[in-house]
Design a protein around this ligand. Structure first.
Ligand code: ADP
Ligand code: ZN
Ligand code: ZN
Length: 713
């Protein structure tokens, strides 16, 4: 329940003795609900007669959460001031949040029987599908996951094999580490591996700060090998779009076994299996997105967070937590090291490295020997532009393609045009539910709001004045694709954005096509900027990032720098030198110049100094009280009343302010900002405050939530 308390129950009268971490079925008001025992006590503040009794323990004696995870979750609900029930449920796989979900038995594996081996040595005959599965087992027992990869109908085929006793099943054994030798490490890599490896068995935070292609993943692999050799488990957390088949096959190849993978896109059944594998210790290495952070792992000895700066590591609704910060907390509790890897550290992490709270390992050389890409800044003032690209950039694109090389054009905006407007009267298509324009998607003839997903057909005439004068303003990737396609009709052109790669496997198909070589044009959003190795791209064109230079969000500049470095990292990764063209109206912007001439570390130092002067995070600590409702009056009334009730102390409360996007999905959103120089004062006052907020009369008419260490406003 979204309530900031836990509830007392009497144990059921049966043989199961309640222990923390066990799931229970309990009456709650008139409903029945799934709960988790967080503590066992011998008294209650409520009179005995008023206590309800547990109905059942669905998993018998088994616990769903270990003491370690429970401890971490308790810390989370105190730190993030969030409802314990929601925090705990967030850590359970979706199936265990339901009545009929059960902790599954340990997964099985299948091995050839003597009869099966004999059958395999005879000609296949008409049972080709069965023989294919038998073949899979020739070298040893195989898991269901491996069989699934052989054929979609594997279950049926396997049933026949079991019927004929050609195959027997047994409880799965832990995957055997069978590593192949990696490349000889460069000095920098070696120092990082040694420095981090030395701290195994103890809590230490490491920033692995390495430029794109410097071999961070190789460092992870060496460390994983060390941990797995000792029989430990390891957890690798990656951003949502970083979890690619490419990455998985690299780990599998090097370590010689299949890591367990989990992310929110998997079916609930698969997620439950992954969870059970982690919990039983069978999963030696888990690779997952944000939600994998809370997996039970009894022998966890190393946590790695790749691309630690990535925004997807912050959960932005419900239980709002930072995967990075909780990972550090978890590592501290377990007394194991945590590695934060990135080419562009977040300022929080950067500051921790500068102040020696974190070990700082720099990798400044590209492992493949490729040189850093060259930057070229194009002043857009008075340039002739076609579809967002200047004549100079067009010429460079043409020259690069002419040499048989590949070009990547980056624009972080999908659709055809971000605005559709009437040239006669100035009408433009705005979302009815958000303070945002609808994006024009020309190919599908739709107007789409990228904030709430509302859609509409593109009108033929202006709905305001009836003129036949509707046109797009600004560019999106769809328009770039069309324009570049017309300019370079002979060149294969591939577009990567959420619209083109919705279909499963589409990204991989496109990537393979690019890697097979030959000149081609890639157009895409940040989907292209992350972790993908396109060795033949030698020119990157950044169409426009100017918005970030003068944004009201103090983090915009940091994010722009990160994105630019990530995108630029796509250029010239192999033997061919790369060039990056940045189109901008502000070629003399100071931070931009620092980034281009001295690199991300100097850039980060500069903006860190600015933040310190302005007393902004990471040099102060913040929390937001967010509130939204259909009616703006209700939101403001609640926040005004909340502000009145803010307890005195060193932390101060500011606002109410409208959210950066005030209206979204039909709701008006405002917030109060609390800021303090010390984390401890912030938390002390927040704690007192939040317990009072529930009782405010105005609170009932709005939705509200606390966001500790907010990332957006
Ligand atoms: P990052 O994760 O920092 O982007 P990777 O680990 O993916 O870098 O390495 C980039 C490329 O360099 C990969 O193809 C990798 O196999 C190769 N590589 C990494 N370390 C070495 C090394 N010591 N010697 C040769 N090649 C290496
Ligand atoms: Zn009009
Ligand atoms: Zn909208």
């Amino acid at each position: 329940m979204p309530l900031r308390q836990v509830f007392d129950y009497l144990p059921a009268e049966n043989e199961t003795s309640p222990r923390p971490g066990m799931r229970v079925l309990v009456p709650f008001g008139r409903r029945k609900m799934v709960g988790v025992i967080v503590a066992v006590a011998d008294k209650s503040d409520l009179p005995l007669a008023r206590l309800a009794t547990v109905i059942a323990y669905p998993d018998d004696q088994q616990t769903a959460l270990s003491n370690e995870t429970l401890g971490l979750l308790k810390w989370c609900w105190r730190y993030y001031k969030h409802a314990p029930g929601e925090v705990v449920f967030n850590a359970l796989p979706p199936m265990l949040r339901k009545f009929d979900g059960r902790i599954p038995p340990l997964p099985l594996q299948y091995r050839l029987s003597v009869a099966g081996e004999e059958r395999l040595n005879q000609p296949p005959g008409r049972i080709k599908a069965q023989i294919r599965l038998l073949e899979e087992m020739r070298a040893g027992p195989v898991t269901e996951l491996q069989l699934r990869a052989v054929s979609p109908a594997w279950r049926k085929t396997l049933a026949r094999l079991l019927d004929q006793q050609w195959v027997c099943s047994e409880t799965q054994t832990a995957a055997q580490l069978n590593p192949v030798k990696g490349p000889v490490l460069l000095d920098e890599q070696q120092r990082a591996v040694a420095g981090i490896g030395n701290t195994l068995g103890d809590f230490h935070c490491h920033l692995l700060d390495g430029v794109t292609g410097s071999g961070k993943t190789e460092v992870y692999l060496c460390l994983l090998e060390q941990v797995l050799k000792k029989g430990g488990q390891a957890l690798l957390l990656v951003p949502e779009i970083g979890l690619t088949p490419q990455l998985l096959s690299r780990f599998k190849k090097r370590l010689g076994f299949e890591p367990v993978v989990t992310h929110s896109g998997l079916s609930e059944g698969r997620r439950l299996k992954a969870w059970a594998m982690a919990k039983s210790g069978l999963a030696r290495l888990v690779i997952g997105t944000r939600s994998a952070l809370f997996l039970p792992m009894p022998d966890l000895q190393l946590i790695i967070l790749d691309e630690e700066h990535d925004a997807s590591f912050k959960q932005q609704d419900g239980f709002r937590y930072s995967t990075r910060d909780v990972a550090v907390k978890r590592a501290a509790g377990l007394a194991v090291p945590v590695v934060l890897g990135t080419a562009t550290p977040s300022l929080e992490t950067f500051n921790n490295a500068v102040s020696s709270r974190y070990h700082w390992h720099r990798l400044r050389q590209r492992a493949t020997g490729a040189t850093e890409p060259r930057w070229r800044v194009l002043d857009l003032i008075q340039q002739t532009m076609t579809g967002g690209i200047s004549a100079t950039a067009m010429q460079a694109i043409g020259e690069t393609l002419g040499k048989g090389e590949q070009v990547l054009v980056f624009l972080n905006r999908r659709g055809y045009a971000p605005v559709l407007l009437c040239h006669e009267c100035g009408w433009h298509a705005a979302c009815q539910r958000c303070d945002a324009n609808m994006t024009w998607h020309k190919a599908t003839r739709r107007l789409l709001c990228h904030h709430c997903d509302s859609g509409a057909r593109v009108p033929v005439m202006c709905p305001e004045c009836g003129a036949d004068a509707l046109q797009g303003a600004g560019e999106g990737t769809e328009q770039l694709e069309q324009m570049l396609g017309e300019a370079f009709p002979e060149t294969p052109l591939l577009r990567f954005d959420r619209d083109t790669v919705r279909k499963k496997g589409e990204f991989e198909r496109l990537s393979e096509q690019v890697k097979s070589g030959g000149s081609c044009l890639l157009v895409g959003t940040q989907m292209l900027a992350k972790g993908h190795h396109f060795p033949q791209v030698t020119l990157v064109v950044i169409v426009n990032l100017d918005q970030a230079l003068y944004s009201a969000d103090f983090r915009a500049l940091e994010r722009m720098g990160q994105l630019m470095v990530q995108v630029a990292g796509r250029a010239g990764r192999d033997q061919l030198p790369g060039e990056v063209i940045l189109q901008t109206h502000y070629p003399r912007h100071e931070s931009l110049l620092t980034l281009l001439s001295s690199g991300y570390e100097s850039f980060a130092r500069d903006i860190c100094a600015d933040r310190q002067t302005a007393c902004l995070p990471p040099f102060s600590f913040q929390a937001l009280l967010r509130s939204d409702a259909h009616d703006k009056g209700d939101v403001r009334a609640f926040l005004e009343q909340a502000k009145q009730s803010f307890p005195g102390g060193e932390a101060l409360v500011y606002g109410p302010f409208p959210a950066m996007m005030e209206r979204r999905s039909g709701r008006t959103r405002w917030y109060l900002l609390v800021q303090a120089d010390k984390r401890s004062t912030l938390h002390r006052q927040l704690e007192q405050w939040v317990s009072k907020l529930h009782k405010l009369a105005t609170a009932r008419k709005v939705r509200w939530a606390v966001d500790v260490d907010p990332q957006d406003y």
